[in-house]
Design a protein. Structure first.
Length: 277
């Protein structure tokens, strides 16, 4: 089976150290034991993907420099994609507070660096996805015909992060304002699972993953919807290295999916979003 992981970060030393020492996630990493995660060189990461049958990883960048003072990790995204262009595609992390510089950065990322989309983090930007400062970014992405990956479900102990900035109803509003713009919500919009499902159901341009919450309360609601109502709107994502890729794949093997739905979720829908054969 062709497997595409729509939220994957190679667990190289740079990535592991960057996450656990960041001003955003330092406390959260200690709380979940992330400090014990093993780092590996990039060739070993790709070898592990081969072993697990994952043909493609979508690497999402992050830029929260204005609110947290942490430099963007986009340089590593570009390096990974250039090192293994057949195995990784990149989504450039964008900081909405950088205004027109952010818009120009989108153009450069797509036209010069070959990025397939952009990634935004409303809870790290401290504004909801439907806030006006995001709209120039959406406009440019619609013009360039690239998707926007929206990080939802703020983890515990992130300073200044509010659940109110990750409500799928805000994505629903964006989808109505930009019907030609493809939007992907991460983490199932948790804990607003029903709202995330309905945002996917009523908007042709909205998709979701359920990474990190495959065994959390309300997973039955998500799985039931994935098997039926939104079977064409879900993409597999591991959130590696926060969650081990092998563990995420094991969780999906437990889901009672038909062969047809499993093919869609594990790869076909992702390739449709990415415009890949």
């Amino acid at each position: 089976m062709d497997i595409v992981d729509f939220r994957f970060r190679p667990n190289t030393p740079e990535i592991i150290n960057g996450i656990k020492n960041s001003s955003m996630f330092k406390a959260a990493c200690k709380a979940i034991g992330f400090d014990a995660r093993q780092a590996e060189p990039l060739p070993k990461v790709v070898e592990n993907m081969d072993r697990l049958g994952v043909s493609l990883g979508v690497i999402t960048g992050r830029d929260a420099e204005t609110t947290y003072g942490s430099p963007a990790n986009n340089k590593s995204v570009l390096e990974f994609c250039r090192a293994y262009p057949e195995r990784f595609v990149g989504f450039w992390g964008i900081d909405p507070h950088k205004k027109m510089n952010a818009v120009r950065e989108i153009v450069q990322a797509v036209e010069e660096y070959g990025m397939k989309g952009i990634a935004i983090d409303p809870y790290l930007a401290h504004i909801p996805a439907c806030e006006a400062r995001f709209y120039p970014l959406y406009t440019k992405c619609a013009e360039l015909d690239i998707p926007v990956f929206i990080t939802m479900a703020p983890p515990p102990q992130v300073p200044g992060a509010l659940m109110d900035h990750c409500d799928p109803r805000q994505v629903d509003q964006v989808a109505r304002d930009f019907p030609e713009l493809t939007l992907i919500m991460s983490h199932g919009g948790y804990p607003f699972v029903n709202e995330a499902i309905y945002a996917c159901l009523r908007n042709a341009n909205v998709y979701m993953d359920f990474s990190e919450y495959e065994r959390a309360p309300m997973r039955e609601v998500f799985v039931d919807a994935m098997c039926g109502l939104i079977q064409d709107k879900v993409v597999f994502a591991s959130a590696h290295p926060f969650i081990e890729l092998e563990d995420a794949l094991a969780a999906y093997r437990e889901f009672p999916l038909s062969d047809e739905v499993r093919r869609k979720v594990m790869g076909t829908t992702a390739r449709k979003i990415l415009k890949l054969a």
